[in-house]
Design a protein around this ligand. Structure first.
Ligand code: U2P
Length: 277
């Protein structure tokens, strides 16, 4: 094999370094862009974020979610017996931007269960995980549902909420003050496996009670999530801010005109399982 002159070898090495750096810049550019704009699917970990515009309290309807979660384990709230499957439970308190995107995984301490030890009982009841799967954390690992919500959303609530304990306590307080299950029950929208309710009626009941329009998400014609929105001082506001998507039918596009609120009982094979976190 013929030897290449030293200049050509050096030139080729320089070329390879140049190509490698260009590739790295491209990869980092994409990640950085998403982190800074607070991409719809979340940013990376530990980046400074532009301050959010408003809060969204996301509530889940266990009757719908538990229909798809038949595996039982200690962390699955669907298995905890008869109570709370017919009440909305908390999914998360999310800081959002008015343009429909949101910050995620901001600078802040990692989840520490000790910080919220005094809230554990109340969180188990009103903020249960409804599956056996572990959730992703912002640092490439897996953790509890609570760890996921604090690290992904709680760390981005600054400067309104600055620590883990306040994040969970605030969410519980807002959830208790704006009792969606009670409002719907009083309007005649009760858990049922046979009834279908008008989506417009459910939205109107919330509007009448809280003077703000919620966002709904459905799965197979059943309500899966109902989200309430708040200004930074926790006064209710509409979840829809863009004038062209003002219609609730667009905002709740995964829901048909008539929806159900399934009444799923924890089956007897679940009944003896106690929820432990
Ligand atoms: O809707 C799918 C998932 O996107 C995240 N989400 C959605 C709307 C919003 O305003 N903010 C937001 O973060 C949620 O992600 P999770 O917290 O479950 O990881 C939502 O489930």
């Amino acid at each position: 094999m013929a030897f290449l002159p030293i200049q050509i070898v050096v030139l080729m090495q320089l070329l390879m370094i140049l190509v490698a750096s260009l590739c790295l810049m491209k990869i980092n550019g994409v990640d950085l862009g998403e982190e800074l704009t607070g991409g719809v699917h979340g940013g990376g970990s530990g980046q400074e974020q532009r301050e959010f515009d408003y809060f969204k309290l996301a509530l889940q309807w266990p009757g719908t979610i538990c229909q798809g979660n038949h595996r039982c384990c200690a962390s699955n709230g669907c298995c905890q017996g008869s109570n709370s499957l017919s009440e909305f439970t908390i999914h998360g308190l999310w800081p959002d931007y008015n343009d429909g995107s949101w910050p995620a995984c901001c600078n802040g301490p990692r989840y520490d269960s000790k910080e919220i030890s005094t809230l554990t009982d109340v969180l188990k009841k009103y903020w249960p995980s409804l599956s056996c799967s572990k959730s992703s954390t912002c640092h490439g690992g897996k953790g509890t549902f609570w760890a996921h919500e604090w690290e992904k959303h709680g760390t981005c609530c600054s400067p309104v909420i600055r620590d883990e304990y306040s994040y969970f306590l605030t969410a519980i307080n807002v959830y208790s003050k704006y009792n969606v299950t009670q409002v719907l029950n009083e309007a005649g929208y009760l858990p049922s496996n046979s009834e279908k309710y008008p989506l417009g009626g459910i939205i109107a009941a919330i509007q009448n009670a809280f003077h703000a329009t919620p966002e709904l998400q459905c799965k197979g014609g059943a309500v899966e999530e109902l989200r309430l929105c708040f200004f930074k001082d926790f006064k209710p506001r509409d979840c829809i801010s863009e004038p062209h998507i003002k219609s609730y039918l667009v905002a709740s596009s995964s829901c048909p005109k008539y929806v159900s609120l399934p009444d799923v009982q924890a089956s007897s094979r679940y009944a003896d399982t106690r929820v432990a976190f």
